[in-house]
Design a protein around this ligand. Structure first.
Ligand SMILES: Cc1ncc(COP(=O)(O)O)c(C=O)c1O
Length: 425
């Protein structure tokens, strides 16, 4: 019998069907707008979630604004850091494009900083080097720093905050992939001036599409809320003295979010369980290494489990990797993608990684290369970058494996068997 395809991370609704209950309530009460009881309720749930400390310290008092996307959250966080035309913003290079694209929406330039080997996230030493060099070269400080919780893994936020505070630069934590990940017991997104969350369909919890910005206090919360609702002044007619955005979350989507919050901790526990199983089953496979928490300060949600494959490992069909032009988007795409002009670019995963992806694909397993570092993206070819080779090297040897709530123990065993059988030497 054909196996059902195993996806990286699919949306997974609560057994109790609470998402539908909240959505139905919205219809029944005609709150079919980008505000309402579900939006308020979801924000309250999120606040309770992010404010809970597991390090013995007091509960935090962060406020959360629900938005239409995580990308919108990055955009508004940067906007309120004062990022504008001609400014520079430091951002982790090893990330999805939504960490850096909003910098360009504001007319600013991203300055990419490479990763450290252990966490795969922004290297604090290189971060400081980049700050010093930008000040020397431009006479101005970067306007913000954007670390990213890659695949859920925490960044060294103690060191990042110490450096950022010393130079007086605000931090916008991109925890879009790190919902519920913790650094020393505290939830990511609650350390910097702002924290970004995403509830896209493939994330830890979903609202189909959506995001949130974690803010420090009531004042910031009000400001972000104002920007997210077209920045209106208090007049009986529409008076605009600043540019605002239509970025608020719909009350329908927020209904899904409220239901999802009842299973958020179960989802996180499941991802961690899947990670532990991969670690166990792949531990003796030569040349394969599952990426895990570097030490006890890190508590990744393991949004996607990731592994690296040594260049020496030979995979079945390796000689055929990159022989044909890919016609669809690997990892799925909601819209139109351009047809590639060539099967190669000047920076791509090793042939054995692509071969393994193809083997898994044929076995009905969705696997995906790691994010291609932004400093290697043609669209950013002129952006300044501070590099140590780590993200490019990882991109060439890394792969994401299915980890979502629908991935069963049996699936993990099957995936691991597929990987082992694909290795020919
Ligand atoms: C690192 C990172 N930042 C930002 C985003 C943007 O989130 P959204 O897709 O909700 O706009 C995503 C995910 O999609 C992401 O992976």
């Amino acid at each position: 019998m054909a196996r059902n395809r195993i996806y990286l991370c699919l949306a997974h609704m609560s057994e109790a069907g609470l998402e539908q209950k909240y959505v139905k309530e919205a219809f029944d009460t005609n709150w079919v707008v980008p505000l309402g009881p579900n939006v308020n309720g979801f924000e309250e749930d999120l606040e309770n979630f992010v404010n809970e400390n597991r390090n013995g310290n007091e509960k935090l008092s962060k406020r959360v604004v629900a938005l239409s996307a995580g990308t919108a959250a990055v955009h508004l966080g940067l906007l309120d850091c004062g990022v504008g035309y001609g400014d520079e913003v430091i951002v982790q290079s090893f990330t999805f494009c939504a960490s850096s694209h909003p910098i360009t929406y504001l007319g600013a330039t991203p300055v990419f900083v490479d990763s450290e080997k252990d966490s795969w996230n922004i290297d604090p030493d290189l971060l400081e080097e980049a700050i010093k060099d930008r000040i020397a070269k431009t006479g101005r400080k970067p306007k913000a720093i954007v670390p990213v919780a890659l695949y859920g893994m925490p960044y060294q936020i103690d060191r990042i905050m110490e450096i950022a505070d010393r130079y007086g630069i605000p931090v916008v934590e991109d925890a879009a992939e790190g919902f519920g990940s913790r650094w020393k017991g505290q939830v990511l997104g609650t350390f910097g001036k702002y924290g970004v969350l995403s509830f896209n369909g493939n994330k830890m919890i979903t609202t189909s599409g959506g995001g949130a910005l974690i803010t420090e206090d009531e004042e910031q919360w009000r400001k972000i809320m104002w920007y997210a609702t077209q920045a209106r002044e208090a007049y009986p007619y529409y008076q605009h003295e600043a540019i605002g955005y239509n970025y608020r979350m719909s009350n329908i989507c927020a209904g899904i979010g409220r239901g999802q919050m009842t299973v958020a901790n179960d989802h996180i526990a499941h991802h961690k369980h899947v990670q532990a199983l991969y670690e166990e089953l792949l531990k003796d496979v030569p040349g394969i290494k599952v990426h895990g928490n570097p030490d006890s300060r890190y508590d990744s949600n393991y949004w996607l489990c990731t592994m690296t494959i040594d260049p020496e490992v030979r995979i079945k069909g390796q000689e055929n990797a990159y022989k044909t032009i890919v016609t669809g988007a690997v990892g799925g795409a909601a819209g139109v993608i351009h047809v590639a002009e060539s099967a190669h670019t000047d920076c791509e995963p090793n042939a054995n990684v692509e071969a393994l992806r193809m083997v898994l694909d044929a076995a009905q397993v969705e696997a995906r290369p790691l994010w291609k570092p932004m400093h290697k993206q043609p669209v950013y070819k002129n952006a300044p970058a501070y590099l140590n080779g780590v993200s490019e090297a990882l991109f060439k040897i890394g792969m994401c494996l299915p980890s979502g709530p629908y991935v069963s123990d049996d699936d993990v065993r099957y995936i691991v068997d597929c990987i082992k059988n694909a290795i020919v030497g």
